[in-house]
Design a protein around this ligand. Structure first.
Ligand code: ADP
Ligand code: ADP
Length: 234
């Protein structure tokens, strides 16, 4: 089954009595193991789309299925549970606890799932090793470079073994070379673990590394294509 599926999805915001149609009928499907870049001008609806795909918000109309579940049939608590089981988030600004060690930052999502302390630590260490930070376990974000902090954030997103990683401008705060390293890690995790990656970016060289580019404009999918030179083997 598709990891994510949107069929004629609309999202309208009400702002002081005025309706803003952020999404105006988006249809797309992301299969397990895909690596997709979402691009488009500011205000085109990318963040709104990512919030919907991440079960942080619901469509105004249309059908959205996440891991095969129609979100309109779920209560808020069920939607939150689906999000926790299925989705990992990576943000531009990392959103780590600054004075907490890398292991504790990464283990945090497991606290809310009732995973025991020893198992949390074991899985957090494994996730940090998977992003090449096995030597930084007890460092705190304040002692780390931007690239290292983003790798901690990727480990935190992965520790719950999500089917989909949603990344909003994951390289936006990083210099070019560090951004390329972070992209390399996302690509490796995608290839080795089969986790689907959907990332928003403004940087064409970042988008060009994806196996598929979805271009959003004015709340609609303007194009959905495979970049020249990339093999689509999803
Ligand atoms: P992008 O991420 O591509 O910049 P957004 O999804 O943030 O686009 O925004 C799409 C449109 O929806 C914009 O016109 C924006 O102003 C509007 N919008 C986004 N979030 C809200 C909100 N919470 N309330 C009202 N309007 C919003
Ligand atoms: P950035 O500025 O780094 O791109 P934002 O701070 O805009 O990221 O976060 C994107 C959205 O995700 C925000 O609207 C926020 O409410 C939501 N968000 C932030 N952290 C979490 C989290 N840990 N889990 C779920 N949603 C989050």
């Amino acid at each position: 089954r598709p990891a994510l599926e949107a069929i004629d999805v609309h999202r309208t915001y009400q702002l002081e009595g005025v309706s803003v149609e952020a999404l105006r009928g988006v249809t797309l499907r992301v299969d397990p193991g895909e690596f997709v870049a979402v691009i488009g001008p500011s205000g085109s609806g990318k963040s709104t789309l990512m919030h919907l795909l991440g079960c942080l918000d619901r469509p105004t109309s249309g059908t959205l299925r996440v891991d095969g579940r129609d979100v309109s049939e779920l209560s808020d608590a069920e939607l939150a549970a689906l999000r926790n089981q299925t989705i990992g988030f990576v943000f531009q600004a990392f959103h780590l606890l600054p004075r907490t060690t890398a292991v504790e930052n990464v283990a945090l999502p497991l606290v809310y799932r009732g995973v025991g302390r020893a198992e949390r630590r074991r899985r957090a260490v494994e996730a940090l090793q998977a992003v090449g930070l096995g030597h930084r376990l007890t460092h705190r974000p304040t002692q780390m470079s931007g690239g290292e902090q983003q790798r901690v954030a990727i480990a935190r997103a992965l520790v719950g073994e999500p089917r989909v990683l949603l990344a909003d401008e994951p390289t936006g705060n990083l210099d070019t070379r560090t951004g390329e390293e972070v992209m390399g890690i996302l690509e490796r995790l995608n290839a080795e673990r089969g986790v689907a990656v959907v990332l928003v970016t403004h940087e064409m060289d970042v988008a060009g590394r994806a196996r598929r580019i979805i271009r959003i404009r004015d709340g609609l999918v303007e194009s959905d294509s495979v970049p020249a030179g990339a093999a689509r083997d999803g």
